[in-house]
Structure formats: C-alpha cells, structure tokens
Design a protein around this ligand. Structure first.
Ligand SMILES: [Zn+2]
Length: 296
C-alpha cells in the first residue's frame, strides 16, 4: 500500500512540476504601434532659400538671316544721256555780230537782249537761268549728264558759241529756255521753236522732243499752248543753224502778260516748269507718245 502512495505522489509531483515549469505564455496581443508623428517639414535653411541664380548666359543669338540676292537696280531713265541746256540771253546783250549760219554771209547779233516782266520787272535772262539750274538738278537725278552754256548772268557767250559748246560736249539733245514778250498784253501761253527742215539733220528728233516737252510742260504748269500745235519752225536763229545736235527751244510763257509774269518769276512755279520740261525729256528718250508733228 505504501508504494502505491509513493507512486501517486510522484505522479502528482511530475504533474505539478510540469505545469509550473512549462507555463504557457498567454497570447499577447501586439502592442499597437504608435502612429509615427508626422515629420515636421524642416524649416528651410537660408542656404536652401538662396537659390543660386544661374549665371546669365549670353543673349541668344538669332540664326543668321540669309541675305537675299541683290535685286538689280534699274538704271535711271536718262542714264548715259547727255543734255545741253541754254538759259537764253545774259546780263549784257552783245550787239556785235557773227554769221547766222556756217554757210551764210548774213550776220546776226551775238546775243540779243531778252524781255522783262511787265509787273515783276524781272529780266528774262534771270528766269531762264533759274529754271535751267532747277532743270539741271532734276535731269541729273534721272541719271543724265547736264551741260549749261552759262551758270551765271554775268557772261559773254554768243549764240554760235552756245551751239559750239553743245557740239564739243556731244550732247544728245539741247534745250534752250526762253520767255516771250509781246506788245499784246493778252498774248500768253507756251510754245516750242525748232529748226526748219532745211536747217537740221535732226528734224524728226527735234519735233518729237518738242512735242513731248511741250505737252509735259503744259500738264505740269497748267499753262496753255500758244500756237495751234505748239511748234514753230525757224531758219533764222543762229544757235539752231550752228547746231550739229538735236535742239529745241521752249518759250515758257509771256513776261508781257501780267498773269504769266507773276507765275514765271515765282520760285515755286519755276519748280513746276522745270519738272514739266524734265518729264518731257524723259518721255522723249523713253519712247514717249507719238509726236503730232508740224509743218515746217
Ligand atoms: Zn528770249
């Protein structure tokens, strides 16, 4: 019986010993993990604020624009043309004489006196020179080479010498500038004088140039044409008879007419006069309109 109790006690001891030694751990629920506190955005340091400005790069250069091929500039309409201008008369008339033509024994005064403004008292030689100088400027702007028989009033040059001057300069066209005078105070208007057919080898050129100059002159100035077709033919003018080149003379108006006197001696009106003559010369050398012609 004693053994039985001992056995029982051992078993009990074992059982207890087991329970004490091997204590089952209670399931532990995991401690809740702390939500991490939001990390504070770090205060920007000065260094961070001071964003370094990039060094300025050079201004961007545009790609080079291709140079267009040069467009050929058209030559001026009177390029290569030589124009002679004779401002009629001079300060002192020259009553000595010279042959009226190379083949003539007839004499004519070297340089007659011109007319004078009926109300302005301006002399014709002054008006002629002023218009000539304006015309020279305009013609040169059109490419022409221009020769004036005189560039001042105090000169002594005869009509034959003026023609000779044009010959030595080999002008393509000579234009005389004159103003007219008349006992009839109502006489007015512009017209052209050209050499008679038996006094020139340039008859058709003269007529064509005269036609162009007169039509453009009247259009620019508003002055009327004095004669039926505006062209008078003369065989008794020394400068015509001695001329080897085409030559015309324009009578720009009447200084004996009160209205035209005030126009012809006016600086602004002289601009119109020279402009019209220049336009006519350009038209003549560039085909122009068909000349109406005239009767010698
Ligand atoms: Zn005159």
């Amino acid at each position: 019986m004693k053994r039985l109790w001992i056995a029982a006690a051992l078993l009990l001891a074992l059982a207890l010993g087991c329970s004490n030694g091997q204590e089952a751990e209670a399931p532990v629920s995991p401690a809740p993990t702390e939500t991490p506190a939001p990390t504070e955005t770090p205060e920007p340091t000065e260094e961070a604020v001071a964003i370094e400005t990039p060094a300025p790069t050079e201004a961007p250069t545009l790609p080079p624009v291709p140079t267009p091929p040069p467009t050929p500039t058209p030559a001026p309409p009177l390029s290569g043309i030589r124009i002679g201008i004779d401002p009629g008369h001079q300060l002192e008339p020259d009553y000595e004489t010279e042959p009226i033509a190379p083949d003539s024994e007839e004499q004519a005064v070297r340089c007659a006196a011109g007319t004078r403004g009926v109300v302005s008292d301006v002399y014709e030689y002054e008006v002629n020179l002023r218009v000539a100088q304006k015309l020279k400027t305009l013609l040169e702007a059109q490419g022409a080479t221009v020769f004036l028989t005189r560039n001042r009033n105090e000169m002594r040059i005869s009509n034959a010498e003026r023609a000779d001057y044009f010959r030595t300069k080999q002008v393509d066209l000579a234009v005389e500038l004159h103003c007219n005078g008349s006992d009839d105070p109502e006489a007015r208007g512009a017209f052209m004088i050209v050499p008679s057919v038996n006094r020139t080898e340039s008859y058709s050129e003269n007529v064509q140039a005269a036609t162009e100059i007169l039509s453009h002159y009247c259009a620019a100035t508003g002055l009327s044409t004095r004669r039926h077709n505006g062209i008078t033919f003369r065989s008794d003018r020394t400068i015509f008879n001695w001329s080897a080149q085409p030559i015309v003379c324009i009578e720009m108006g009447y200084l004996s007419n009160e209205t035209e006197d005030l126009l012809l001696t006016n600086d602004k009106f002289q601009d119109k006069m020279s402009f019209g003559i220049c336009e006519g010369i350009v038209a003549y050398f560039n085909g122009g309109t068909t000349p109406e012609g005239g009767t010698p």
